[in-house]
Every structure is written in C-alpha cells, then in structure tokens.
Design a protein around this ligand. Structure first.
Ligand SMILES: COc1ccc(NC(=O)[C@H](C)Nc2nc3c(cnn3-c3ccccc3C)c(=O)[nH]2)cc1
Ligand SMILES: [Zn+2]
Length: 326
C-alpha cells in the first residue's frame, strides 16, 4: 500500500474540512491518505516531531484493527474522524484550544471504536463475554477500544507519541481515555447535562470546561451521520440496523433479552430515527451550536431536514397501513 501515491488536490483538501464529505466515493486505501492529510494539515507532525513513516504505520495498524462488520468498521472510523476534522476548522478550535487537545480529539475519534465486535455493551454484559468479564461490565467496549489504541501505540514503529515529553504523553493518554470512554451512549445524558451547565459560562482556559467540550465534540462526531447529505447518511442507517438485527437474531438464538429498537420484528426505520433525532441528536447539536453559532447551518439545519425527511416517511407509512387496514 503506497500511501504517498495518491496526490491529494487542493480541492480535495478543502472538501475534507466540510461535513458534506461523501465517504462512499472513496476506497479505504485513499481514506488512509486522507487521514494522513488531516494530521499534516493540522501541523501535528512538526509540533510533535512525528515522522511521516511512523504516522503511516500507525494509521495502517488502526485500519487493520477495525473489523469487517456492517456499521462499526473502518469507514465509520473515517467518517467520525473526518467530521471531527471538519468541526475543528468550522469552529476555529485551533485559536481556542491548544494543539495537544486537538491531537487528543482527532486521535480519539480515529481510535474510538477499535476492534468493535458488532455486538453492543448490553450484549457483552448479558452474554457474559470475555470483555464484560475483563472490564467488570463497566463500558466493556469503550474500555477495549481504548486499550487496543494504546496497544498499537506501544509498538515503536507505530508510536506517534514517542517524541513527546512525559508530561505531554500523560496529558494525551488521560485525554484519550476520557474522550473514548465518553462515547458510551449509556453516559449520554450525564455528559450532555454537564455541558448544558457549563455552556452559558464557558471558559476556554478552564481545564474542566475544556474536558467536557472535548468529550462532546467526540460524541457529536460519533453520531453525526444525519448531519451529512441524505444520500450519504441514509445508507449508514441501513448498515446500523443490519448490525443491530445481527445482534438481536443472536440474542433470540441464545435466549438473551432483546433490545426493542434492535428487533427486526419491531423496528420501523423511520420511527426509530425520528425518535433518535428528536430526543438524542437535536438536543446535543443544539447545545453545541449555542457555543459555536456557525454550526447552525453546517450541522443543525441538515439534522432538522433529516427529521422532516423521516417524519414524512413515517407519516406515509402510517397512511399506507391505514389504507391496507380498511
Ligand atoms: C441513549 O442510548 C442510545 C440512544 C439511541 C440509540 N440508537 C437509536 O435510537 C437508533 C437505532 N438510531 C440511531 N443510532 C445511531 C445513529 C448513529 N449512531 N447511532 C448509534 C450507534 C451505535 C450505538 C449507539 C448509537 C446512538 C443513528 O443515526 N440512529 C442507541 C443508544
Ligand atoms: Zn462510533
């Protein structure tokens, strides 16, 4: 895999900074080069003395540790990292946070679902898997993703952090652990409520304020598919439901409890998505937009359009059912 082969045009570099970037147009090998562009364009290589070859080894090793499953695969990793990259430029975070915090956010996005098995925490705990056993039922997946990330970084040829001071390394390790563990949706309300308290009085020099914002930015990037054009977002929902249905099929086979919004006999795509957008996405994106008003047009409005799209679909389906019922 010759990473420097693909010459990235200026136009692609600019497009890479926008939330309308379409992942479905790109091969995985090209995505690896685009990830390399993100690290170089944010000046991480010069700032942290990262050798290009070590970055390429790191990115390739990350690529190898994502599994070929319907949703939580390397394409999802790329989307989340690309959204994080876009948000950093759109909000001009480079002028508000230190470069080391940007490195934490981008690398957390890149690593946040490493080696995801396609079965969520509820399954891990109910099925008493090795991961649930190892992590005592406490965010088993997110603990695993983070441990795999630092397993990769422990290899000298992949260690992009090797030329940092021990102070810097401690700060990055602590930040990545907090940000990756924050992607457990069971903690969604805990983290959003903390941000809601801080947002009106947000202080970019306050350590605790910055920590909550970094967690929110990784969370927003992680579940942001619906902020992309519908042609890009809708296939992601099909992939997600495929993975959820695989899990609920397995749970039924094993006699384990089945999560309602994962049950292929119960889930309707439009109604589950309207609920998700209304009760999870919009409150989260609205709060972040209060801190960065420029995000209104880039992520809030697309999500509001997505809500209308799925609400119309839901209404049409209901009318069809009523006609069939008569
Ligand atoms: C509070 O914890 C929750 C809340 C909602 C959901 N998921 C849903 O409501 C449904 C299945 N929809 C949904 N879920 C989504 C999306 C993006 N990521 N994502 C997702 C994927 C895996 C685990 C959790 C979530 C939220 C999306 O666009 N839609 C899953 C966990
Ligand atoms: Zn994810």
């Amino acid at each position: 895999l010759n990473m420097s082969s693909l010459q990235v045009t200026e136009e692609v570099r600019e497009h890479l900074k926008s939330p309308i970037f379409d992942n479905w147009q790109w091969e995985e090998a090209e995505m690896l080069v685009l990830l390399q562009v993100m690290y170089t364009d944010l000046d991480f290589l010069t700032a942290f003395h990262i050798e290009l070859e070590v970055l390429q080894n790191f990115l390739f090793e990350v690529y190898c540790h994502y599994n070929s499953i319907p949703f939580h695969n390397f394409q999802h990793c790329f989307c989340v990292t690309q959204m994080m990259y876009g948000l950093i430029w759109l909000t001009d975070l480079r002028s508000k946070l230190g470069r080391i915090d940007l490195l934490i956010m981008l690398t957390s996005a890149l690593c946040h679902d490493l080696d995801h098995p396609g079965y969520n925490n509820v399954y891990q705990i109910n099925a008493q898997t090795d991961l649930a056993l190892r992590y005592n039922d406490i965010s088993p997946l997110e603990n695993h993703h983070c441990a795999v990330a630092f397993g990769i970084l422990s290899k000298p040829e992949c260690n992009i952090l090797k030329n940092l001071t021990s102070e810097q390394y401690k700060h990055i390790r602590g930040g990545m652990i907090k940000c990756i563990l924050a992607t457990d949706m069971a903690r969604h309300n805990e983290i959003l409520n903390k941000f809601k308290v801080l947002q009106p009085v947000f202080n970019f020099t306050n350590k605790d304020h910055k920590e909550v914002l970094m967690k929110i930015m990784v969370k927003v990037s992680d579940i942001s598919n619906e902020a992309r054009p519908m042609a890009v977002a809708e296939p992601w929902l099909d992939c997600l439901l495929q993975e959820f249905f695989n899990q609920s099929d397995t749970e039924k086979l094993k006699g384990l409890p089945v999560t309602p919004f994962m049950d292929r006999d119960k889930v309707s795509k439009p109604s589950s998505q309207t609920n998700f957008i209304r009760f999870v996405l919009l409150p989260l994106f609205t709060e972040l937009t209060k801190l960065f008003p420029c995000l209104e047009q880039h992520i809030l409005e697309p999500v509001q359009r997505a809500l209308e799209y799925y609400s119309d679909m839901e209404r049409a389906r209901k009318e069809e059912e009523e006609e069939e019922g008569t």
